[in-house]
Design a protein around this ligand. Structure first.
Ligand SMILES: [Fe+2]
Length: 210
């Protein structure tokens, strides 16, 4: 086994063509996989919007569906820039996350808030997966000096993070409404002094606190 620093130094001095080729292949397979993910996400967001209970949650899904169309086009541009055929590589990960979202729909009452809470959780899992995929692709693009591709990937990564933040705010409104309800029912009760975690003190992904 060699030291990572030595391998990286030799890679950047241009003496490591095997690594260069390997990372390029990795970039391409990750690109094809995220292309598949994004296309599947576009359809899933439509289903989730249709199944949602409140306008706010439905609109959040439709807004991100629109963005996702642009994200698909950006990926197609990257295929062109690096000169390879545009094609998908199927991913069990996104297939699984989408079937989890469908299970939320089949397992909750239409018109219930529980359904919206479940859909937000499912959507955030998908966002986090996309953030990891785009973040890794961006790192690879930077290492490989694919600067045009890196710029496009950074744009999409920022949109995914913004969507995740918006979903967190929506999820927090469940907690805030609940606490307002408790305050209305029991003014000055111990419920109101209870510490309710918000996005600033919970890690991403658990904003519902359940
Ligand atoms: Fe996306």
């Amino acid at each position: 086994m060699t030291a990572l620093a030595d391998r990286i130094a030799s890679f950047f001095s241009g003496n490591d063509s095997t690594t260069d080729e390997g990372l390029r292949d990795l970039f391409i397979s990750e690109l094809k996989s995220v292309y598949y993910t994004e296309k599947r996400a576009v359809d899933a967001l439509g289903e989730q919007a249709e199944a949602s209970t409140t306008n706010e949650v439905g609109t959040a899904f439709l807004t991100h569906q629109n963005e996702s169309h642009n994200q698909v086009e950006r990926l197609e541009e990257i295929f062109k820039i690096i000169g390879i055929k545009t094609e998908v590589l199927t991913s069990d990960a996104i297939d699984g996350l989408i079937s989890d979202a469908r299970r939320v729909i089949s397992g909750t009452e239409p018109g219930s808030l529980t359904r919206d809470a479940g859909l937000i959780i499912a959507a955030q899992k998908i966002e986090h997966y996309e953030i990891a995929a785009y973040g890794s692709l961006l790192t690879l693009a930077n290492i490989l000096d694919f600067s045009q591709s890196a710029e496009l990937l950074a744009k999409t990564l920022e949109e995914e993070k913004e969507t995740d933040r918006k979903l967190t705010v929506l999820a927090e409104s469940f907690v805030n409404n609940r606490s307002k309800e408790e305050e209305d029912k029991h003014p000055g009760s111990h419920h109101t002094s209870r510490h309710i975690p918000t996005s600033s003190d919970v890690t991403l992904g658990g904003p519902l606190g359940i």
